[in-house]
Design a protein around this ligand. Structure first.
Ligand SMILES: [Cu+2]
Length: 254
C-alpha cells in the first residue's frame, strides 16, 4: 500500500553561518525563516471513492407507524417506516460506507459545531450519522415532552437517560469506534444510529444512494457498506494517487 505523503515534507535547512556575536534568539529566527522558504510539499497521493448503493429487490411500500403515545406532539410529523429508504431507481439512503483499517493513523476532524441528534415530532433526526470518536454530541429535545435516550453500543458504555421536557439539550460522548443504536424507551418506534469513527474515511449515502469519500491515501482496501436492514457487505477497492475510483454496490433483494 502506498502511504499518503501529504504531511511528509523535507526540510532542507540551508547552512546559516552564525557570527560569534549573534544572539541565540536571532539565530533561531534565521533558521526558522530559512526553513520556511525551503519546505517542499510532496504530491498528495490521495484519491476519492465515489459510488452508488442500490437495492436489487422491490422498494418497500412506505408503511405507516402507529403513534401510540403523546399523539399531540408525536403526530405533528408524518411517521413512515424509514429503516429502508429506496429511491425509484433503487438507490438506498443511509448506507454507511467506510474504508476498513486505513492504517495512516489519521483521525476524523472535529466539526466546528457539535453534531446533533434532534428529537422533534418523536423521531431522531438525522436517523443515521457518523461522528468522530470522542466528539461531544448534543442530544436535543425540541418536543417539550419526556424522552428517554437509551443507547445500545458494542464498544462504548451504554447509557439510559431520561430527558424531561425542560431539558432541551444533553451532551454525550462516544469514546471508542462503534456502531450505536439509539432508542427511546418512552416512544418505542424511535430509532437512530450513531456510527463512531476512528478515522476520516466514512460517508453516508444520500437519498439517491450516492456517496463520496474524499482524500483517501492511495492503496488497496476493503470497503465496507453497512445498512441497518440490509446488513454488511465488503468489497475491495483500489484508490488511485489522484482522481477517483467508482465503487458501486447492489444489496441483494430480500
Ligand atoms: Cu421519546
Amino acid at each position: 500500500m502506498v502511504r499518503g505523503t501529504r504531511e511528509i515534507y523535507n526540510l532542507n535547512l540551508e547552512t546559516v553561518k552564525e557570527p560569534r556575536t549573534m544572539k541565540p534568539l536571532r539565530t533561531a529566527a534565521v533558521l526558522a525563516s530559512s526553513a520556511l522558504m525551503t519546505i517542499t510539499l510532496a504530491p498528495a497521493l490521495a484519491g476519492e471513492i465515489v459510488g452508488k448503493v442500490k437495492y436489487a429487490g422491490n422498494p418497500p411500500a412506505p408503511a405507516k407507524i402507529s403513534i401510540t403515545k403523546d399523539q399531540a406532539v408525536c403526530a405533528k410529523v408524518p411517521h413512515l417506516e424509514e429503516s429502508l429508504l429506496v429511491a425509484p431507481d433503487k438507490g438506498v439512503k443511509n448506507v454507511v460506507v467506510n474504508v476498513a483499517d486505513p492504517k495512516d493513523g489519521k483521525k476524523m476532524a472535529a466539526p466546528a459545531k457539535n453534531p446533533t441528534i434532534d428529537q422533534n415530532g418523536c423521531k431522531f433526526t438525522p436517523r443515521v450519522q457518523v461522528v468522530p470518536a470522542g466528539q461531544p454530541v448534543d442530544i436535543l429535545n425540541n418536543d417539550g415532552i419526556l424522552h428517554n435516550i437509551h443507547t445500545l453500543p458494542k464498544n462504548n458504555t451504554p447509557f439510559n437517560k431520561a430527558q424531561p421536557k425542560f431539558k432541551k439539550k444533553m451532551t454525550e460522548k462516544f469514546d471508542k469506534p462503534d456502531l450505536v443504536q439509539i432508542k427511546c424507551d418512552v416512544h418505542t418506534w424511535m430509532s437512530g444510529w450513531v456510527v463512531v469513527a476512528g478515522h476520516p474515511y466514512y460517508a453516508v449515502s444520500d437519498e439517491k444512494g450516492a456517496f463520496r469519500i474524499a482524500d483517501v491515501p492511495a492503496g488497496t482496501y476493503a470497503l465496507e457498506y453497512w445498512h441497518e436492514k440490509l446488513g454488511k457487505q465488503t468489497k475491495p477497492v483500489t484508490v488511485p494517487a489522484s482522481g477517483s475510483v467508482t465503487a458501486d454496490l447492489e444489496f441483494p433483494g430480500k
